[in-house]
Design a protein around this ligand. Structure first.
Ligand code: GLN
Length: 546
């Protein structure tokens, strides 16, 4: 770090879900392309200490860092855009911050002072922000403040941002991402909600430096003028960010709009040339891929009121895309509800329409029997299959039931008193649950696995030792391993001590590609480095198609 670090806060107005996370990741990418050291921080205002205890209906499946921290899906986007692992220190929730302050108070760390939201909570937030900057030795930290301006929950973080600006006026920049609705009945883009949101932000003592207007269509001059004038912002800093086909286009669009130059100018950073070639080439590839590849994701649907949440498995979806583009194929990913296979709303024959089937991770009993039926079908029909975590465990259950003829075989997650518990709780996990310790206590984060030579997996990875991220409480019951192997299932990857089964597969002589993994390969798939396992699955899928 050669100069004082700079801080960019990304905040959002009008409503959530308008792409603050992608904006943050894209700004990071732009500055990275200019050769600056960048770190990205996600601030989640909820009181959960991490995202691990939250139902996926809230924010999608948790993303798991290498360290094991369970966090928001945005962190996955950050890693994918930067092409780098993030640290636990790059994530904070109100729960984490308050817990730390309360614990310090219990230890008399405040020496008898009255402990208050201001300054103590705000100080703790600033301490965390600066710790992350220091750990990465960043030139620039880009921080996304979750929620929307006007929420009660994120006020402390906004206050921390204000204080940081007060202390370092030259080094802090505020980017405001706002929504400009085009009500169909009116047919005109409206700026008033954004004006009001900025006024509210002003009332907290913050004046945005740059406004990004998100909308279905580009913002015209007239509306840029309006926002500039009414909100006291230079017109060159009111930018239009209309919807695009792919999130990976966004850094390129921002670069064309010269957002990076604007940021550098406003922060007094040197105006370096940016090297974007690799990313641009890759994005071109995504647009060129024409020949389709059809992948089914068999999982449970999550409803939110009258709507179905479709990006719950976002990391899996992105991992499929990266490998597909790498193989010059256009991925068509369909969600199939496993429950529909149970109640016969959907015939298993539907699966023949796909070149590969994936069963992602999951918890609990809803839709499980449908997943097991789907696994039996793809195993017997020779459809390329990848089971991830729960998907692997259920593949083992299916194999035990239908090949070993242990008809009541199950995971103890579903049938605690199963006569054939082929999947059982990991011993240490049992104790944690008995004590009611649910948060952050699964087997989490990166662990190594040894891969057997001559297996599908060994060919895919081209390595003897791999490291992948985990998030589970259950495992293949060691008492059944011999029987499963005798029946023809190969445990091709194991923990180095040989205790935990990490990968299972059927030999190629029996099935073109049938693989289950106890870990989550999707967390380590990156645009420029597609994951070898997904690539191997899709290679098999291409073969099937022809
Ligand atoms: N429910 C299973 C377990 O806890 C699988 C978890 C997962 O798929 N992430 O082991």
């Amino acid at each position: 770090m050669t100069r004082r670090p700079k801080y960019i806060f990304v905040m959002g107005g009008v409503m959530s879900g308008i792409g603050k996370g992608i904006t943050t990741a894209s700004i990071g990418k732009l500055l990275q392309a200019r050769g600056f050291k960048v770190n990205l921080v996600k601030i989640d205002p909820y009181l959960n200490v991490d995202a691990g205890t939250m139902n996926p209906t809230e924010h999608g499946e948790a993303f798991v860092l290498k360290s094991g921290l369970e966090c928001d899906q945005d962190m996955g986007n950050y890693e994918r855009f930067l092409g780098r692992d993030l640290l636990s220190d790059d994530y904070m929730t109100s729960g984490m911050v308050y817990r730390e302050v309360i614990e310090k108070e219990r230890q008399l760390a405040y020496r008898g002072n009255c402990v208050e939201a201001i300054p103590h909570i705000v100080d703790e937030i600033l301490h965390r922000i600066q710790r992350s900057t220091k750990l990465h030795q960043s030139d620039v930290s880009v921080l996304e403040v979750g929620g929307t301006i006007g929420d009660y929950q994120n006020i402390m973080f906004i206050e921390a941002a204000r204080i940081l600006k007060l202390r370092h006026p030259e080094d802090v920049l505020f980017v405001f991402v706002s929504y400009l609705p085009i009500p169909p009945k009116i047919g005109e883009m409206k700026t008033k909600p954004t004006q009001n949101a900025i006024r509210l932000l002003n009332s907290y003592g913050i004046q945005p430096d740059i406004v990004l207007g998100r909308s279905e269509q580009p913002m015209d001059e007239k509306r840029r003028d309006k926002i500039a004038e009414f909100c006291n912002i230079r017109k060159d800093s009111v930018l239009s960010a209309p919807d695009v086909e792919s999130i990976y286009d966004i850094p390129i669009n921002f670069n064309r709009m010269k957002l990076d130059r604007l940021i550098c100018r406003r922060l007094g950073l040197p105006d370096r040339r940016s090297n974007f070639n690799q990313w641009e080439k890759w994005v071109d590839l995504t647009h060129q891929a024409k020949e389709p590849l059809k992948i089914a994701l068999v999982g449970k649907y999550f409803n939110s009121g009258d709507f179905v949440l479709s990006d719950v498995y976002i990391s899996v979806i992105e991992a499929i895309k990266f490998s597909a583009y790498h193989l010059k194929r256009r991925p068509i990913i369909d969600w199939l509800s496993s429950q529909d296979f149970e109640n016969k709303k959907q015939s298993l024959k539907k699966l023949n329409e796909y070149d590969a089937v994936i069963i992602p991770g999951g918890f609990g009993s809803r839709g499980v029997e449908g997943k097991i039926r789907a696994i039996k079908y793809v195993r017997q029909q020779g459809i390329p299959f990848l089971g991830i975590c729960y998907g692997m465990q259920l593949a083992v259950v299916e194999f035990a039931r239908n090949v070993l003829k242990l008809s009541a075989a199950d995971s103890t997650e579903i049938t605690p008193k199963s006569p054939d518990p082929v999947i059982d709780i990991i011993l240490e996990q049992k104790e944690k649950l008995r004590q009611g310790r649910y948060g952050g206590t699964m087997r989490l984060g990166a662990y190594p696995a040894q891969i057997g030579r001559g297996t599908i997996e060994h060919q895919a990875y081209g390595a003897d030792l791999i490291e992948e991220r985990h998030r589970h409480r259950f495992e293949v019951n060691p008492d059944y391993i011999e029987r499963l192997e005798a029946g023809g299932l190969v445990f091709s990857g194991q923990s180095p001590d040989g205790r935990l089964m990490e990968i299972c597969e059927l030999p190629r002589s029996v099935h073109p590609f049938f693989v289950g993994v106890q870990f989550h390969p999707e967390f380590q798939a990156r645009p420029l480095e597609p994951h070898p396992l997904f690539t191997a699955l899709l290679r098999a899928a291409i073969k099937k198609r022809h």
